[in-house]
Ligand binder design. Structure first.
Ligand code: FAQ
Length: 332
């Protein structure tokens, strides 16, 4: 669905040779972006635009796939059959999101193998949030409510990102993330209205997931090396700080509605700005997790590498089957 324009391009080399950046083409490209046209896979684009998109889309895909692990951990322990079925469906959705996004990145001339290799070797990042442990069932509620909530806030503007296949992948992903957010909030509502112990569990999950969720939006704007160019090319439609603020403004009243306390003593409604003021994010912690020093970084990567290696026979069988079909078709 995202690669319909590429049928005659399937055999192109994984790395596309740089096109000369002649000023006339560059000006035409920038005019199209400024007019809110979508750029499509076969259109000319500056090499830096292509590279930025491959970086962002592939890291987004890796986040979806690694993001299956903290929740997958709770499928066998969900408290009822209904909760288990819902969680199973959600985790499968995240796998699907990863696949649409890898497919969108492939339209830019990279390959699945290259992207996976970059993840496994530590060259490519994935969202910091997925390096934290899921200690209780309430963490599954907190992930749906806060992590999917943050993901939606970031991804709704990406439905209008300038690269067509990425924007279109986002439409379906946002719909599914919305269901994920509601299922998480509903778990938190149930626990917050339950026994004193259940309410404590919900509060403890909010305490542990609040600050890492705010870090998902990336470094502050004045420390975000990619933002200025990505905003100019309309890859990003809003800045890290703008989206973080929107998320806080929407989420604080949701916590109040179920009588949970956001763990930030500096949180205060600012009448003049029409937004919440909030406390200092621990950027040291953020950068440490980005460097691969998160609490479960090693476990996450080991799990991904193991899954990739154990799936090798499936990939080989699929390729052998495709080869047989090709030979059979050629003989007919
Ligand atoms: N974690 O200059 P900026 C989900 C890196 S999906 C790790 O501001 P940019 C669904 C950044 O890559 C969650 N690294 O970068 C789900 C860059 O390094 P690089 C993922 C981070 O790209 C829910 C450096 O810091 N969503 O949750 C992070 O302009 C539940 C400087 O930063 C997306 O990927 C971070 N949090 O803005 C699944 C959305 N933040 O690459 C399962 C698409 C920054 O130059 C369960 N991506 N870095 O080496 C974006 O919107 C952008 O890439 C940002 C970062 C906003 C994440």
């Amino acid at each position: 669905m995202y690669t319909t324009e590429l049928d005659d391009n399937k055999k192109k080399p994984a790395t596309v040779p740089s096109a000369p950046e002649d000023p006339v083409r560059l000006a035409a490209f920038e005019a199209r972006v400024a007019a809110d046209d979508f750029i499509e896979p076969k259109d000319w684009m500056p090499e830096a635009y292509r590279k930025t998109l491959i970086r962002q889309i592939s890291q987004h895909a890796h986040s979806e796939i690694v993001g299956m692990l903290p929740e997958g951990n709770w499928i066998t322990r969900a408290p009822s059959l209904r909760r288990k079925a819902v969680l199973l469906a959600k985790v499968q959705d995240e796998g699907g999101h990863g696949l649409y996004l890898y497919a969108a990145a492939e339209t830019l001339g990279t390959s699945r193998d290259e992207m996976i290799e970059a993840l496994h070797s530590g060259r490519a990042k994935y969202s910091t949030i997925f390096n934290y442990p899921t200690l209780t069932w309430a963490d599954i509620g907190a992930i749906g409510w806060l992590v999917d909530g943050a993901a939606i806030m970031n991804q709704v503007p990406l439905q209008r990102t300038s690269y067509g296949p990425y924007a279109r992948a986002m439409v379906r992903i946002c719909k599914e993330e919305s269901f994920h957010q509601r299922q998480g909030y509903e778990i938190m509502m149930t626990l917050a209205a339950g026994t004193a112990e259940q309410k404590r569990m919900a509060q403890s999950a909010l305490d542990r997931w609040w600050w890492p969720s705010l870090m998902m939006f990336g470094p502050p704007d004045d420390n975000s090396p990619n933002s200025a160019q990505s905003m100019r090319w309309r890859i990003k439609r809003e800045t890290n700080d703008q989206i973080r603020q929107k998320f806080i403004d929407v989420t604080v009243p949701q916590a109040e509605a179920i009588d949970l306390q956001v763990p930030d003593p500096a949180l205060k409604w600012n009448e003049t700005r029409g937004s919440y003021d909030f406390g200092e994010i621990d950027w040291e912690e953020f950068y440490a997790v980005v460097r691969g020093e998160g609490p479960l970084a090693k476990e996450r990567m080991n799990a991904r590498v193991k899954a990739w290696e154990e799936g090798a026979w499936v990939r080989e069988a699929a390729m052998a089957h495709a080869d047989k079909r090709r030979v059979r078709a050629a003989a007919e």
